[in-house]
Design a protein around this ligand. Structure first.
Ligand code: GLN
Ligand code: ZN
Length: 756
C-alpha cells in the first residue's frame, strides 16, 4: 500500500513564504531571492513527507500565490487588461493578476472561497472570445528539481473541469464548456512534461463532489481524460476527488479511466461500498482517510476497518492511503506548541504529524505496530474523559432547548411598532461595527500581551478609543451608533478567548489567500459562557451618548465556521452550544439597556455543503442556531444581522427565516445587482445594502452613494431601507473613513428631504 498527501501547506511553519512575499512586494527582496526562499520551503516540505515514510512527495502544490492562478497562467487565460505586463520579468504578471497593478491602474482578478473552505482562490475570467496563450506550470520545474534531489515526486494540478466550472464568463453569450478543447491542449503539454519526472500525476477534480456541473458535462469526462491519459503516457494519472462523496458523479469519475481514483472518506465515507463494487480491475483506489480539514489525531480504530475492507476487496497493491484533501487547510507543525494544555495537545495532529499518521496506518494495516494502536486508543479515550469534554450543564441546556426558544413573541411586521420608541428617522444610518484599528490600539494590545501595560491601563486605552469613536459618529450624525470594536483583534478569536471549550495555538497559521493567514481557534470541549463578554464596552459607549448604541456579537454559525471543531460531536450540536452562550450575552445586553443588538453571521453561506441535499439540512440547523441566539428578546429590542457576501439569491428565503429585524449585506461592488433577488421575494425585514465599498481605499462621492440608494429603492420598500457601509471599517484609515461616511450621511439626508 503506497502512501501520499494530496498537498502540503506552503506558507511555512514560521510563515516564511508570507514574509518573503511581503518583502518582495515592498521592493526589499529581489525576484531571485524570493525564488530561493520558495525553493528552500519546498525542499523542507518534501523532506518532511519523505522522512515521515511517505512513498511520494507532492510537487506543484506549492504556489507563490494561488494554485488556481497557476493553472490559469498555464492555460493562458490572461485578461486583456494585463497585456502591458505580458513578456515582462517572471512573477510580475502573476502578482499583477493576484493583486492588481496600482501604478497602471489595473484591477486584480476577483477572489472567492475555494469550495466550502476558508481558502480564497483567484477567479479566472473568460471574455466572449478567449484567446489562450498557454504558459508553463511551476510544477514542471519543481518536479525536475525534486527528481534531481532524489525524491519520488507526484505532481499535483487542478483539473480542467474544476477550472472551467469555477471560471467566470464575462463576455456575452459565451458557453464556457465550449472551451474544453483548448483548455485540454494546455493540460496535455504540461502533462507530457511532468510525465518525464513523475511516476504519478494527480489531477484534482473536487467539482465532482458538488452538483454544480451542468447536465451534459459529466459525460465528457471519459473522452477528455482519455486524451489526458495519452498525453501523460509513462506516468500514472490519479483523479483526485474531495470535499464530499462522489454520489451522482461516480459514473463519470470511473469512466475517466484514470489509473488511480482518490476518494475523500472523511467527508464521504458512504461512498466506499459503491466504489468498491464498481471499480474497474485496472484502477487503483486511494483512500483519503487522514483529515486535511481538521487538526485532530486520526482515530486508527475507526480508520483501519475501512482500509481493511478495501484491501480485502481489491488486494493491497490496488490500495493507496492518503489525506482526504490537501493539507493546505490545516496548520503546518505541532512542534513547538508548548502552551497548549497537555491533554489537548495530545489529541492534535497538524500537517507534519498527519504525514506520520499515514505511514503508521500502513504499518497497522499490515499487522505491525500494535502498540501504536493501543496508544492511539488510550489518548482518544483520555481526551473523551477530560472534564471539559462534557460539561453536564451544557448538555442539559442543549437538550432542554425548546422550539419556543427559537421564536420571537410577535412576527417581524408586528414588531416594528414595538421598536418605534427608537425614534429613528427614515433611512436610518448606521455602520457594521468596527472602526479603524489605529496604531494606538495595536500598541496597547501588544503592550498588554507583553505585560508592559496593566489590565487597567489597557482598559483605559480602549475606553479612550471608544470615546473618540462615539464622538466622531455623533459628529457625523449617524442614527444607531457602535462602540467600534477596538478591543477585538478578531471577531471570532475575541469570543473564543472568553468562552470555555476553546483553545489557541501559538503558530497554527493557515493560509487564507496570498500572504494572508488566519489562526483559527480550536473548539475542543463543550462551549460555555462564564460571564458577560461585551457588556462593559457597549455600556461604556452608551454612557457617552443619547443615541442608541448597537451591541455587537459574532453569531454561532460564524464562530463555528472559522474554528477547528471537535470531531467527537456533531457540528450542529457544537453550534447549538455556542448559540446558547450568545443568547445569554444577548440577554445581558438587553437587560442592561442595550436594545439594538447585531449578531454577525458573516460565514453563514460559506459553510454551506456542496450539494443541495446536504445544504438543506445545514441551513435548517444553522438558521435555528441563529434564532436560538437571537430570539430571547422582547419585541421592542431590535435584532440586526450582517452578512458579507452578495451572492445569496438562492438562500434568500433562509435569510428571511433568520427573522432578524434588520439585515445588512455587501452590495456596492455589484452596483446593487444583488437586490434583484428581492424583487421576486417579498422580504419581510429591513435591509441595509452596503453603499460604501470598504474593501477599497477609495472615497465614494455623495452622488455615487445617492445613486446606489436610489437603485436600492427600486427593490426595497422605502420604510425598510437602511443606510450603511458594506462591512466593518477596521482595515481602513480614519482619513478614508471620515470623508466616506460624511458623503454617506449627506446622501442619506438628501434622500430624507426628498422622500419626506
Ligand atoms: N462587526 C464586524 C466588523 O464590523 C463584522 C465583520 C465582518 O462581517 N466580517 O468588523
Ligand atoms: Zn462583513
Amino acid at each position: 500500500m503506497e502512501t501520499h498527501v494530496l498537498g502540503f501547506p506552503r506558507i511555512g511553519r514560521n510563515r516564511e513564504l508570507k514574509f518573503a512575499l511581503e518583502a518582495h512586494w515592498r521592493g526589499e527582496l529581489a525576484a531571485g531571492e524570493l525564488e530561493a526562499a520558495a525553493r528552500e520551503l519546498k525542499q523542507r516540505h518534501w523532506r518532511i513527507q519523505r522522512d515521515a515514510g511517505l512513498d511520494y512527495v507532492a510537487v506543484g502544490d506549492f504556489s507563490l500565490y494561488d494554485q488556481m492562478l497557476d493553472a490559469t497562467l498555464m492555460i493562458g487565460a490572461v485578461p486583456g487588461r494585463f497585456s502591458p505586463l505580458a513578456g515582462g520579468p517572471e512573477p510580475d504578471l502573476l502578482f499583477a493578476m493576484a493583486r492588481g497593478d496600482a501604478g497602471r491602474g489595473i484591477p486584480a482578478l476577483e477572489m472567492t472561497k475555494w469550495f466550502d473552505t476558508n481558502y480564497h482562490y483567484l477567479v479566472p475570467e473568460l471574455p466572449s472570445r478567449p484567446d489562450f496563450r498557454p504558459g508553463g506550470h511551476p510544477a514542471v520545474a519543481d518536479a525536475g528539481l525534486a527528481r534531481e534531489l532524489g525524491f519520488t515526486a507526484k505532481a499535483v494540478l487542478i483539473g480542467p473541469f474544476t477550472w472551467i466550472a469555477l471560471a467566470k464568463a464575462r463576455g456575452e453569450g459565451l458557453d464556457k464548456w465550449s472551451l474544453l478543447p483548448p483548455v485540454l491542449d494546455a493540460y496535455k503539454t504540461t502533462l507530457a512534461q511532468l510525465a518525464r519526472h513523475c511516476p504519478i500525476i494527480q489531477v484534482d477534480e473536487p467539482i465532482l463532489c458538488t452538483d454544480w456541473l451542468p447536465a451534459g458535462v459529466p459525460s465528457r469526462f471519459a473522452s477528455a481524460y482519455g486524451e489526458l491519459k495519452a498525453a501523460a503516457s509513462g506516468a500514472r494519472l490519479m483523479l483526485a476527488t474531495y470535499f464530499g462523496a462522489l454520489g451522482g458523479s461516480l459514473e463519470p469519475a470511473l469512466a475517466a479511466g484514470c489509473d488511480i481514483l482518490h476518494l475523500d472518506l472523511k467527508r464521504g465515507p458512504e461512498q466506499l461500498d459503491p466504489v468498491l463494487a464498481a471499480l474497474p480491475r485496472n484502477q487503483v483506489l486511494s483512500l483519503g482517510v487522514v483529515d486535511g480539514r481538521n487538526v485532530w489525531k486520526n482515530n486508527f480504530a475507526e480508520t483501519l476497518p475501512l482500509v481493511e475492507k478495501a484491501v480485502s476487496s481489491l488486494g493491497g497493491e490496488r490500495v493507496m492511503l492518503g489525506t482526504s484533501c490537501s493539507l493546505l487547510h490545516c496548520p503546518v507543525d505541532l512542534e513547538g506548541e508548548d502552551a497548549l494544555p497537555e491533554p489537548i495537545r495530545d489529541r492534535l495532529a497538524f500537517a507534519a504529524q498527519k504525514c506520520g499518521e499515514l505511514a503508521a496506518l500502513r504499518r497497522l494495516a499490515g499487522g505491525g505496530d500494535r502498540c501504536r494502536l493501543a496508544a492511539n486508543r488510550e489518548i482518544l479515550e483520555r481526551a473523551r474523559a477530560h472534564p471539559d469534554a462534557r460539561i453536564e450543564e451544557v448538555g442539559r441546556r442543549c437538550a432542554a432547548a425548546t422550539p419556543e426558544m427559537l421564536r420571537r413573541a410577535s412576527a417581524i411586521g408586528d414588531r416594528r411598532a414595538a421598536q418605534a420608541w427608537l425614534g429613528l428617522p427614515p433611512f436610518p444610518a448606521t455602520t457594521i461595527g468596527s472602526f479603524p484599528q489605529t496604531p494606538e490600539i495595536r500598541r496597547a494590545r501588544r503592550d498588554r500581551k507583553r505585560g508592559e501595560l496593566s489590565e487597567e491601563g489597557y482598559r483605559e486605552a480602549i475606553r479612550k478609543e471608544i470615546g473618540d469613536c462615539v464622538r466622531k459618529q455623533e459628529e457625523l450624525g449617524l442614527d444607531v451608533l457602535v462602540h467600534g470594536e477596538a478591543e477585538r483583534n478578531d471577531m471570532v478569536e475575541y469570543f473564543g478567548e472568553r468562552l470555555k471549550g476553546f483553545c489557541f495555538t501559538q503558530n497554527g497559521w493557515v493560509q487564507s489567500y496570498g500572504s494572508r493567514c488566519v489562526k483559527p481557534p480550536i473548539i475542543h470541549g463543550d462551549v460555555r459562557r462564564e460571564g458577560p463578554m461585551t457588556l462593559e464596552w457597549s455600556l461604556y459607549a452608551q454612557s457617552l451618548t443619547r443615541k442608541p448604541v448597537k451591541g455587537m456579537l459574532t453569531g454561532p454559525v460564524t464562530i463555528l465556521a472559522w474554528s477547528f471543531v471537535r470531531d467527537d460531536l456533531e457540528r450542529s450540536e457544537v453550534c447549538k452550544q455556542i448559540a446558547l452562550a450568545i443568547r445569554d450575552e444577548v440577554g445581558d445586553l438587553e437587560r442592561a439597556g442595550i436594545r439594538v443588538i447585531q449578531i454577525d453571521e458573516a460565514a453563514l453561506r460559506e459553510g454551506m455543503p456542496l450539494t443541495a441535499e446536504k445544504a438543506g439540512a445545514y441551513l435548517r440547523w444553522a438558521v435555528d442556531s441563529f434564532r436560538l441566539a437571537s430570539s430571547g428578546v422582547a419585541d421592542s429590542t431590535q435584532i440586526h444581522t450582517h452578512m458579507c457576501y452578495s451572492e445569496f439569491n438562492a438562500i434568500l428565503p433562509w435569510i428571511a427565516e433568520m427573522d432578524a429585524d434588520v439585515i445588512s449585506v455587501e452590495s456596492s461592488r455589484g452596483g446593487m445587482e444583488l437586490l434583484d433577488a428581492f424583487d421576486g421575494f417579498n422580504y419581510p425585514g429591513a435591509v441595509g445594502p452596503g453603499v460604501y465599498d470598504i474593501h477599497s481605499p477609495r472615497v465614494p462621492s455623495e452622488e455615487e452613494i445617492l445613486g446606489l440608494l436610489e437603485k436600492a429603492l427600486k427593490h426595497i420598500d422605502k420604510g425598510l431601507l437602511w443606510v450603511n457601509p458594506d462591512c466593518g471599517l477596521k482595515t481602513r484609515r480614519w482619513s478614508e473613513v471620515m470623508p466616506s461616511l460624511e458623503n454617506m450621511m449627506a446622501a442619506a439626508r438628501k434622500l430624507r428631504a426628498r422622500e419626506a
